[in-house]
Design a protein around this ligand. Sequence first.
Ligand code: HEC
Length: 144
Amino acid sequence: MSKLTSRLALAATAMAFAGLTTTQLMAHGDVTPQAVDTSALPDIGEEWLGENPYTGNAKAIEIGASAYNQNCARCHGLEGISGGIAPDLRYLELGPSGDEWFIERYRNGSSHDGKVYMPPFGEVLGQKAGWAIRSWVETKYTDE
Ligand code: HEC
């Protein structure tokens, strides 16, 4: 192969790859998840945890606040105060059972009767971002 042909082949492969990624992102519908930079948070492994490892972690709360605003607020409301189209997350129980329910919804979303009520976020944003958002939600908790 000449230098030029191999260059062209490389470019074609790169383009095919880019095309694939776009289609995968589009498959999630018109809601484009916003990437969350969680590199400042301690690693927690690949295995999904059932309890929040970042509760009270100031950095996690800060990252979670911004991730929430970009990915969740349009349905769950600014500051977690719901306008009614999705549950008000301030009422979500604190502690392990609240954690478990939170991460279940975050990972898998919610669909019934063939309709998507909430898209899944687990694969697109990852576990660290999920627990960061949970840490922020905990700071908004109210039982009133
Ligand atoms: C497209 C709108 C939409 C977006 C975006 C969305 N949600 Fe939801 N969410 C919903 C709806 C609707 C429900 C209720 C689903 C049901 O009851 O079947 C829900 C339920 C939940 C629940 C369970 C609450 C309860 O009291 O049972 C949690 C936790 C949750 N969402 C977290 C999140 C987080 C975290 C994000 C952002 C990463 C997010 N959601 C983004 C619409 C959305």
